[in-house]
Ligand binder design. Structure first.
Ligand code: HPA
Length: 247
């Protein structure tokens, strides 16, 4: 099957697509957050979907992750690069940087987290020891190194329920559990993608210090660092898709 890439867009990423025609198409899990729109990055035709809707109105716990991943699959995607903003728990990375986490902790609850709901005649226990596509991670890291773009390799993404930010004690707890980043959207997106047979990676944009780990209010931190993380992520995607076009 030919590779087709889907980009899950977090906030601030609508500029990738000029495809305003596409309509939101119902999946077997209901409506996705938004239409799957075509985009072109460095000569590669890909698909995009705004995770929080258009406009940005759907909070992390209310996203229909099953419909979003199914919408990509129905539109022909085979590979998914998910853009997720995160807070950083310790200071091994500066805010404004990007990373490709390699593990997940899941603290979410009440989200429809599997495509299997007991209504079909079968289900599967997917393997999830490596929650992100090792091949796609390696290719993105290779692109980063070729383009001389800083992108941290690895780390544990703790998926928090949100939409509120964490308490200091919660950050201390997830750190004891091994977390490096806190975010709200990698799960159940990543495991649903695996259930659907999609190669999925999380490209994390470090936009703030986790609660209690920075100086001022978290929102000021996010304001100050989002642009640089976004610029870095865009450079990596451009390099990655340029490499694909030249392959
Ligand atoms: N916590 C949870 N999710 C986030 C954060 C955070 O500090 N920053 C961006 N997404």
């Amino acid at each position: 099957m030919p590779e087709k890439y889907g980009l899950v867009l977090g906030s601030g990423f609508d500029s990738f697509t000029t495809d305003v025609q596409a309509r939101r198409v119902e999946t077997r899990f209901g409506l996705p957050s938004a239409a799957v729109r075509e985009a072109d990055i460095e000569g590669q035709q890909l698909l995009t979907l705004a995770r929080h809707g258009e406009p940005h109105t759907i909070p992390p716990h209310a996203i229909n992750y099953r419909a979003n991943m199914a919408a990509f699959k129905d539109a022909g995607a085979t590979h998914i690069i998910a853009l997720n903003t995160v807070g950083i728990v310790s200071d091994f990375l500066a805010c404004g940087e990007i990373a490709l986490p390699d593990q997940i902790l899941d603290y979410t609850w009440g989200r429809a987290h599997s495509i299997y709901d007991g209504l079909d005649d079968k289900f599967d226990h997917i393997e999830f020891d490596q929650p992100f596509s090792t091949l796609l991670r390696a290719e993105l890291l290779q692109a980063a190194s070729r383009g001389d773009i800083d992108c941290y390799d690895g780390g544990v993404y703790a998926t928090m329920q949100g939409p509120r930010l964490e308490t200091i004690a919660e950050v201390a707890r997830v750190e004891r559990d091994g977390a490096d980043y806190v975010g709200m959207t990698a799960m159940p997106e990543a495991s649903i993608a695996r259930e659907l047979g999609l190669e999925y990676v999380c490209l994390a944009l470090v936009v703030n210090h986790a609660a209690g780990r920075g100086e001022g209010p978290i929102h000021a931190d996010i304001e100050a660092n989002s642009l640089s993380a976004r610029t870095q992520a865009k450079s990596l995607l451009a390099q990655f898709f340029r490499d694909k076009s030249n392959d």
